[in-house]
Each structure stands twice: as C-alpha cells, then as structure tokens.
Design a protein around this ligand. Structure first.
Ligand code: PMP
Ligand code: GLN
Length: 442
C-alpha cells in the first residue's frame, strides 16, 4: 500500500530533475543577459586565491578615523533603538547632518526629509536613480572610462547607454595628468538626441582620477539645460583632490540643482567601505521617485552605521576647513602615497597618469618588454592578460582598465592598468618591492 502511495505521489509531483513547466519558457530573465561578468568578482577572487599584495579593488587597508569608529561603537552599545529599523528614507540624524553639511557646500537650502535619500552605499543610490528615472528606450550618456556598474544598471532599467570617451590630449608635459583627458564639446553635443534622458558624470573619476574643472562642468550643464536632461553626478571621492585641483559640484551651477542627482558614499568619505552607507541628494521632485524604488526594494539601511556616519558629518561640520578635518587630512596623506607610487611605476617603465583626485592611478604598460601572453588566454583583452600574469607570476593585484569601457571603445584602451593607493605604506612598499625586483630581472 505504501509503495503504491509513493509511486502515485512521484507521478503527480515531478522529480527534482524534471524541469518545471514554468522553466520551459526559460529560467533566466532577459535583464540578466549580457551583464553577468563583473570585474570585482573576478579579480578580488584572483587576488585572494594567489595571496597577492592587493592594489586592485578600491578599499583602504587601514582603519577609519577614531571619531567614526567610536561613534559606531557608541551606537551599537546605545540601547535597543540602534538595533531596530529606523526611518525608511534615512535615519533622521543622518539626513539632518547631510542636509546641514551639503547645504553649505552646494549653496542651496537642502531639506533633510524631501531632498535626501539614504541608500545601501552609492551603488544603491545609482540603482534607485536609474530604476526611478530611466525607462525603455531612454538614452543615457556615459563618459568613458566609467565606474563599471553604470552600464548594467542603465540596461537593467531598459535604457540604452550612449558612450563618449575622454581622450588624452598632448599637453607637451613629461608627466601625464588625468587633467589631460578631456571631452570634445562637439562630440558630446552630438550625443544628445530627443531620446536622451540623463548623463552620468563621475568626478573625481574612477579609474583616471580626473577632477572636472568648472568650465568642463559648465559645458555639460549647458547641454543638460538646453536638452532638458538629468545629470547623475557620482561624487563618492569628492574630498580626495590633490595639488591645485578643486572639486566642483555640478548641482551648484545655475539651473542644475533641479536636474542633478548628487551621489555620495560614507564608505569613501570615512574610509569604511564595509559600512555601505550612501546617499542621493537632489530636488524633492526627483528624490520622491527614488524613494518609491527604495521603499519597495531595500526599504531601509543599517541603523547603527547611519548613526556613525551622522556623527562623522557632525564632527566634520565643526572642523570644516581646519587642519583637524579628516577631509583635509586624508587627501594630504594620500598625496604622498600617490607621488611615491607614481615615481616607482615610472622607474620600472610603466607610464603613470597622475590622478588629480580619487585613490586610483592608471598606468600604461605597453612599453614593457615582458612576455605576459605566454601563460594567459588568447581570447582575452591585453590588459586582462597582463593583470592575470601580474597576479599569478608576480603576486601583485591591479585592475584592467578596459573593464571601464564599452565594448565599442574597449580595444583602444587595453594598454592601461589601475593601481589603488589608499593603502598602508607597508602595502605600497611591498608592491614597489615586487615591481623593482621584477624590473631588475629577478
Ligand atoms: N561610484 C564609484 C565611482 C565608486 O568607485 C564606487 C566604489 N566604491 C561606488 C560608486 C560605490 O560605492 P559604495 O561602496 O558606497 O556603494
Ligand atoms: N569602487 C571600488 C573600486 O573601484 C570597488 C567596487 C567593488 O568592489 N564593487 O575598486
């Protein structure tokens, strides 16, 4: 009787190996097609597998400043509320601190509850912006090289990315600078069509370190206003500028506040990338639609981490412009690391492009005489092959720069790799040691 029952059940219920009927239509949703490769997933794993000196993925290998660590500890031990949900669109102390802090920087009165959305890192701010504002057939202009997630996010929202590369101009100077990488105003103007909904900019830029000058931003702003286009401005490295470079917020230019979404990251601001606290600041009529995406996806972000970032901004508001400010101290520390890395790269025959901001340095490896092609797959881009060789044979991890380009333009930029310098001096020294030994033929 039991056997008959089992057979009957098996006949009614398909076995696990049987493809359920719904899958005959195809398991995979269309939006996942063509966006399955991810440079961080691939290269972070390789860096770990080969126990490399890791100048690949962008994160500090030192602790955040003590005042935000203390604030986090205090929050964690601060009673039950810190361990429960807070306001969906941002913990009230955090949206208030962000509004207070950035009102001064943007020169516009920011409403903490209408104009700010707190997100799970800058990633989710970007995702919410694309989901809320882009629809099927909308074109989104992306400036290359670009932080890689812009492209899949635009596509997943149904949009069409339209690319324009920054091109290096010959400045005549022996030292290459990210400032020499520029947009052609005519080429950019030609990318705007009646279908253009938004342009994405990233300043300071990842991976080049370009810090857009006011005139460059004004040229972009003029086109946005002329064509009634939104501007998504990724400014996660806004405090990291070097020498005479100055970060300018495109939202602060006339006519831009009401069409710009400015995106920031607590992870980059306070050297705490694992906290994943980010934000979008814009006019309430834009933020309102991003809130719709947020409330139906993530709903709310970790309370204690938001509290710590709020305390960090309160402290920085007090210290603003003074030598005690972390926003002054971190770039001062990093500019030494940048200079040290640049001269080491140059000494081994890599040609660094000096970043004006951010914490990455791009270098041209095309004049090196190494046979990195012997041990790597032929069907891969040159920079991917070189980075894999460097990881596997020399124990040093970096990132291939063609990952920051569209398939259309990738081929022209396969001779660059990216180094991250937000690292302890001992890590940088270990990396430089590897490079020097290698160039000495060891
Ligand atoms: N934008 C840029 C340009 C980045 O480099 C990163 C990487 N941190 C992000 C956005 C995402 O930031 P978060 O870690 O805060 O999500
Ligand atoms: N933004 C960081 C970088 O450029 C890390 C991104 C990531 O790990 N997804 O290295």
């Amino acid at each position: 009787m039991r056997i008959i029952k089992q057979v009957a059940t098996a006949l009614i219920r398909p076995s696990l190996k049987t493809v359920p009927r719904i899958m005959s239509r195809g398991l995979q949703a269309n939006r996942t097609h063509g966006v399955d490769k991810n440079v961080w997933v691939e290269f972070s794993q390789l860096a770990a597998d080969y126990k490399t000196v890791n100048l690949g993925q962008g994160f500090p290998d030192f602790s955040p400043p003590k005042f935000v660590q203390d604030a986090f500890c205090k929050a964690i031990c601060g009673g039950p509320a810190m361990h429960q949900y807070t306001r969906a669109f941002g913990h009230p102390p955090l949206v208030k601190s962000l509004a207070k802090f950035f009102s001064r920087v943007v020169g516009h009165d920011i409403d903490p509850f209408e104009d700010v959305l707190v997100t799970v890192g800058a990633y989710q701010a970007l995702f919410s912006a694309f989901q809320a504002l882009i629809e099927d057939g909308d074109e989104v202009i992306i400036i290359e090289p670009f932080f890689d997630c812009y492209q899949p996010m635009v596509k997943m929202a149904g949009g069409e990315p339209v690319y324009i590369p920054l091109r290096p101009k010959d400045s005549g100077s022996a030292v290459l600078s990210s400032g020499d990488w520029v947009l052609s105003p005519e080429e950019l103007a030609s990318k705007f069509t009646p279908r253009t909904k938004a342009i994405v900019i990233n300043t300071p830029n990842n991976p080049l370190g370009k810090v857009y000058k006011r005139e460059e931003l004004q040229m972009i702003a003029d086109l946005c206003i002329k064509h009634n286009v939104l501007c998504i401005s990724d400014e996660v490295y806004e405090w990291l500028t070097y020498d005479t470079a100055k970060h300018v917020k495109i939202a602060s230019l006339p006519g831009m506040w009401e069409r710009t979404i400015t995106i920031g990251s607590g992870g980059k601001t306070f050297s705490a990338t694992g906290w994943k606290v980010g934000w979008a600041i814009s006019s309430g009529h834009i933020i309102k639609h991003m809130k719709t995406i947020h409330q139906n996806t993530v709903y709310h972000c970790a309370t204690a981490a938001q509290e710590a970032v709020a305390q960090g901004f309160e402290r920085e508001h007090e210290a603003f412009g003074s030598p005690e400010s972390y926003f002054q101290q971190l770039p001062a520390t990093l500019s030494h690391k940048r200079d040290k890395l640049a001269s080491c790269l140059a000494s081994v025959g890599l040609k660094p492009i000096m970043p004006e901001g951010g914490y990455f340095m791009t270098a041209d490896f095309s004049s090196l005489k190494v046979d990195y092609k012997k041990t790597t797959a032929e069907d891969e881009a040159d920079d991917f092959r070189f980075v894999k060789w460097l990881i596997k044979e020399k124990g040093l991890a970096t990132i291939p720069v063609s990952a920051f380009y569209s398939p259309e333009h990738r081929k022209d930029f396969e001779k660059y790799i990216r180094f991250c310098f937000v690292k302890e001096d001992s890590t940088l020294d270990a990396a430089m040691d590897i490079l020097k030994k290698w160039s000495d033929g060891e």
